[in-house]
Design a protein around this ligand. Sequence first.
Ligand code: FES
Ligand code: FES
Length: 160
Amino acid sequence: MGKIHIHVDVNGQAYQLQVEEDAFLVDVLRENLNLTGTKKACNEGECGACTVILNGKAVNSCMILASRVDGARILTIEGLGSGDRLHPIQEAFITEGAVQCGYCTPGMIMSAKALLDQNPHPSEGEIRRGLSGNLCRCTGYKKIVQAVKVAAEKMAGQNS
Ligand code: FES
Ligand code: FES
């Protein structure tokens, strides 16, 4: 397999990369760009640990060939928050006790961000549906759903 040249915007920064034709986005983010906040667990599109936002949509980066994202805008967990300040979703995950081992957390937060960008005031059912592709073995989901509710309220307050 040969290499392919791509341009991508990751977290607001432009990159030109040479990627293997069969390389997956999760590996390019973690290995070429050292953005290891995006996790890799099942590697088959089942767990959501590798979720990033690609052109505004939450996707499993273990299922996307890097060679297909030429020209795309990608947001990873490292692109949330600003400087030392956490994003309200990150803050809410901490204050609501929604992080245990933390392995699912970056993917959960990226799915929550995509959801709240589309729907700033989701119902509990909409939150559960929005996070249905993200598995957590530790928390039982209740605190995660609560954290997304709290983040939505905070973000609504900030925008008013
Ligand atoms: S690692 Fe991508 S969905 Fe599990
Ligand atoms: S906090 Fe451990 S898998 Fe979710």
